[in-house]
Write a protein that binds this ligand. Structure first.
Ligand code: PBE
Length: 297
């Protein structure tokens, strides 16, 4: 990230100031004032995100989060608030996840979550509508074979910070033809067949959808990608309104939508492992666990 150097410097300085200021005061007094400083508010993202549902559960699950609020808005405004807070060396608590460039742009940490409200390691999974295998066997083969590593997805996502997702996706494909060949192996090209992919509007899924779109296009498909809320995405696959998706986060993030539509969708398994959600703070904040926060009195 272009900002990286500047921010690292700021964090080092703020960490030093913070520690100098903290001295040997009692932890609980500090935490009380920290929670007050945060106005007992977690800065969240879109209401429709799976992560928003999990974060609401966390507010219920932890007794010490009594009176706390989740401020729902958008990923863009959460990131603006995060950048602001870090620029001013102020505390902030957000709903975060990886893969996302926020973890490379800033020095952040997930708070420990002993209740497991935010889940553990997540997979990104491929789902398709019933009948796709029979109707579009060549596309089905590619979807079924599609899988990559965290590093692959991140390299597309990071490059797309400075360039269009489509260009970043094409560059990744050009550098990873071996991997792409594995996905398309044994699949016959088609002549302009239409396929509709449902996706979600976060950068990790913009990256994966753009890569798959280009790969399917290179095989002769006419590809349409629609970004929708996770609930709508599952609904679209279940009702046949879209053909497939490589965007579901499971088992926990979109677990409720998956369970609702389980019988009406085909599960083609994971396409990426090692995703993770978490209540997240800048590394300079002197707390490690959700349980370090204090209830609103
Ligand atoms: N996320 C990123 C999404 C899925 C991808 C974790 C913010 C969510 O539904 O919560």
């Amino acid at each position: 990230m272009k900002k990286h150097k500047f921010i690292t410097g700021t964090i080092a300085l703020s960490a030093a100031l913070f520690m100098a200021g903290c001295g040997s005061e009692e932890g609980s007094a500090d935490e009380q004032s920290l929670s007050e400083e945060l106005e007992h508010t977690v800065t969240g993202i879109e209401p429709g995100a799976g992560l928003t549902g999990l974060s609401k559960n966390a507010l219920e699950d932890y007794d010490n989060l009594k009176g706390w609020e989740l401020e729902e808005s958008s990923t863009a405004s959460m990131l603006t608030a995060l950048d602001d807070a870090i620029g001013k060396e102020e505390p902030i608590i957000i709903t975060g996840w990886t893969p996302h460039w926020m973890f490379s742009a800033y020095d952040l940490k997930f708070l420990e979550d002993p209740q497991g409200s935010l889940g553990g390691p997540e997979n990104i999974q491929t789902i398709a509508r019933h009948g796709l295998k029979e109707d579009m066997p060549e596309a089905y083969k590619i979807l079924d074979a599609f899988n990559w590593e965290l590093d692959d997805l991140q390299s597309v996502m990071y490059e797309a910070q400075d360039t269009a997702f489509e260009e970043a996706a094409q560059n990744w494909i050009d550098e990873n033809l071996d991997k792409v060949d594995e996905w398309t192996e044994g699949a016959e090209p088609v002549d302009g067949e239409k396929i509709e992919l449902a996706s979600t509007p976060w950068d990790s899924e913009r990256a994966s959808a753009n890569v798959l779109k280009l790969v399917l296009e290179s095989q002769g498909y006419d590809v349409k990608v629609t970004d929708v809320d996770p609930a709508v995405m599952f609904e679209a696959i279940a009702t046949g309104g879209a053909d497939a998706s490589i965007a579901p986060w499971l088992p926990v993030t979109h677990g409720a939508f998956y369970e609702k539509h389980e019988d009406a969708i085909l599960d083609l398994g994971e396409n990426l492992t090692g995703a993770q959600n978490g209540i997240t703070v800048p590394a300079y904040m002197d707390i490690d666990s959700i349980e370090d926060l204090e209830p609103k009195e």
